[in-house]
Design a binder for this molecule. Sequence first.
Ligand SMILES: Cc1ncc(COP(=O)(O)O)c(C=O)c1O
Length: 490
Amino acid sequence: MTVVTKTDTTGARLVTNAPELAPRTIARPDLLTLDQAKALSVDQMTELFKAHLNPGQLHFMKLLGFHKVKIERAEGMYYIDQNGRRILDFFGGFGSLAFGHNHPRILEARKTFQDEKRQEIAIAFMSQYATALAANLAACSPGDLDMVFLGSSGSEAMESAVKLAERAAGPKRPKIVYAENSFHGKTKGVLTITDGNLYRAEFRLTDNTVRVPFGDIDAIEQAFRTDPEIGTIVLETVQGGGGINEAPREFWQKLRQLCDQYGVIWVADEVQCGFGRTGRFYAFEHYDVVPDITALAKSLGAGKAAMAAMIAKRDIYMKAYGSPKTAMIHAMATFGGIGEACATAIEGINTLYDEGLMENAESTGAYLLQRLQALKEKYPRIIKDVRGRGCMMGLEFQDFSQTLPAVMRPVVGMLDDKLKGSLSGFVGALLLRDYDVLVAFTEYNRNVVRLLPPLIMQREHVDKLVDSLDDLLGRGVVAIVKDFVKSQVK
Ligand SMILES: Cc1ncc(COP(=O)(O)O)c(C=O)c1O
């Protein structure tokens, strides 16, 4: 076709014989509307979950009885299900619900942001929200932890922490020390320092790592002394997935000293234990030490947004990305500093201080610990240990596989591997079924029930949890196991 053009009054060339394209109709697939999504029954959700999300995961939901629940609403310390049952939440979204569910101040901030039609994507222009959030995080952080990278998951924050440390340490010191039973995320980079065979599966991971027992300062010193290629150490301040493991004050003080002595960069993963959960903004503040890099996620999004941050000492940040030539090497990704999530986090941080939630975590957490310790004294043959602080606690059961009557062993042996010898699965399932209380589990230690309640928790919630546990454990291990097994064969 010959293209015919003419020139308009501005001198621009216009094509005058371009063919008219008939508008194409694109067939609409069989889509569910939002209203239909809301109205899905438990059976329909199960089918869709099986067909499109994760069929294998349903197996675990069924073990725990979670597959029967459809949440219709969530408010404060409670989920409300399809039957109007109020479920007390001591699971706390694995630590992402510091403010509980749908805190009114957070909802209001998000509504205002939407009503004002604020911008979301902060790539082209600077964002007042991303900059203010970064300033707030620097203000909450001790020492010169001043430089902030914003992302949308704990894994992403930890990836950025490890990459920053590697660049700042330099090419001659690429090795990273990490701890047994650590959990730092499942993305490919941080998988090399996440210590779980399940997660590591058969992926090909880099081998620039050195594994030490958690809390073993001698092993760390030995590693630093003998391997000059070590440039970074990464540790959760309180291990969450490992079963709520803490190290004493002397460990952290010595760690800081060794890192200074050997020039090793210390990355403190505070994704689960940070943001006020232990009664301080960061858990490392209990020990009067400051790491070189840290990371937050989970509750930073105030239970409404996917928000994560890496916070680093300025000199380390500048060494890695301080010039125009290096600035874009690991600049924020598409959703880094996204508007409404930043607004949510800003309101969240202000609420954390205004409502005294860290103080509440400390004092109500102390009450929880005291009540759990009394329970341990009452049931020494069932409860092995109670540990943690604030709104991060672990309840470890004795391994009962050897003490169970011989007749029951084959039945329990038929159950899933994850449940063998472990009371926590049975207790969690029955707490939900009979007492409307939700607790969490632990990746690496199947005998530990993890408690990560919202920081708004009150004594009445603690009483409900502990009284329920008391009543349940009072039935005795054999009755608990029998009841659970019966519920599985139904
Ligand atoms: C200590 C710690 N680091 C990192 C992560 C990864 O966070 P995310 O699941 O948001 O990627 C988690 C998640 O549980 C965590 O507990």
